[in-house]
Design a protein around this ligand. Sequence first.
Ligand code: NAI
Length: 465
Amino acid sequence: MPTAGDYAIKDISLAAYGRRELDIAETEMPGLMALREEYGESKPLKGARIAGSLHMTIQTACLIETLVALGADVRWASCNIFSTQDHAAAVIAEGGTPVFAIKGESLVDYWDYCDRIFQFEDGANLILDDGGDATMYILVGARVENGEDELIAAPTSEEEEALFAQIKKRMAESPGWFTKQRDKLYGVSEETTTGVHRLYQLMEQGQLPFPAINVNDSVTKSKFDNKYGCKESLVDGIRRATDTMMAGKVAVVCGYGDVGKGSAASLAGAGARVKVTEVDPICALQAAMDGFEVVTLEEVIDQADIFITTTGNKDVIRIEHMREMKDMAIVGNIGHFDNEIQVANLKNHKWTNIKDQVDMIEMPSGNRIILLSEGRLLNLGNATGHPSFVMSASFTNQTLAQIELWTKGDQYENKVYVLPKHLDEKVARLHLGRIGVKLTELRKDQADYIGVTAEGPFKPEHYRY
Ligand code: NAI
């Protein structure tokens, strides 16, 4: 693999292709382009050194170029071994931003690349994270340096083995590095439900050493990217992987949160007969009233053709489930981590690789299952993730969060925050023109009557959308 200068990518000659796709993406990412317009001259991120860990796609390339246009120094890695678009990484490397991301990289390389995003001359002072791996790397490393050796004593998975080895390597090469790096950080902005969950746990345990902005729970993120994004990209991933006919098939979606809602809509839109599993009575009732049969996995396990996990939870599809599935059932996950499906328990079965990120696995009964992206998020592993337009909303929130942490970080406590509602509304507003949406303006007397101002915010904090 060519590694030249301060980057590790597949092939720098893909940069021209990356640029052509980036040119198209820019026309679909009005929020990011508006921020370049608004802040390009004042450069509010001047002095910021951002360690970014987020799927290295064309959309992310547009985010990176926006952060750089606003004055930041940036180093980047992908937050999943399968999610990089190599031409996107190439265009970023060619532009001079250090990037470490190769589609299909090993777990050892993954954690090495995670380390390399912090290797600014004076260390990073901000993290932009997706799923929390970059944040965890620094915080676990610092705790080990400060005596909690047991944290990396006994790996329970291949992932942990690679992570712990990387932490030990860095500690041996640069004693005290993690603690010094941690103490330079102004904060982190976190992209996804799973990473946010980790941050709230850290806060509750008194282990969050800097402020964090929960980008996921901006309305213009989770109610758009998680939902409408998956609505487009789930079926895209299944089709590119299998070319299966979806109409008429029985598909089971595990979880009916934001990602589950988008995923069920995606499959239903393709003509599949969709069933949902849930643990939460509110989400189960929503699924039923959206017209989906709500079942337990056990009762449909030998009937369905496609199984998709969307829960952010672990061990949702277990080995005993996979043993009961029909011949050639398709199994995939769109949640952040691969532990939703017990893939490790399939290792001693017969695997036939069909193509990159598509495997056929033979079960003891002789039935075969088709496993997508080894259980890692399939919309990014088997396809190219969400379309640019919806990612523009997410990444506009990310950019605003980075500006907030860099320019006003000292006004925040070491807690997890969401961006204020006026910024959420601003993000939405920036995306209206591109799709020809015309807003009705509130008259003053109407605004007074419902207790808001004509300029917004239009809803109280407790409103749920
Ligand atoms: P959410 O919390 O809104 O939804 C998860 C749902 O799963 C909840 O309703 C919960 O009750 C349900 N659930 C939990 N355990 C379950 C079980 N054992 N069986 C059935 N249902 C169960 O979370 P959200 O925002 O939908 O995110 C889900 C996952 O997807 C997270 O890991 C998140 O980080 C990830 N994500 C992935 C994206 C992608 O492009 N692949 C985009 C956005 C989020």
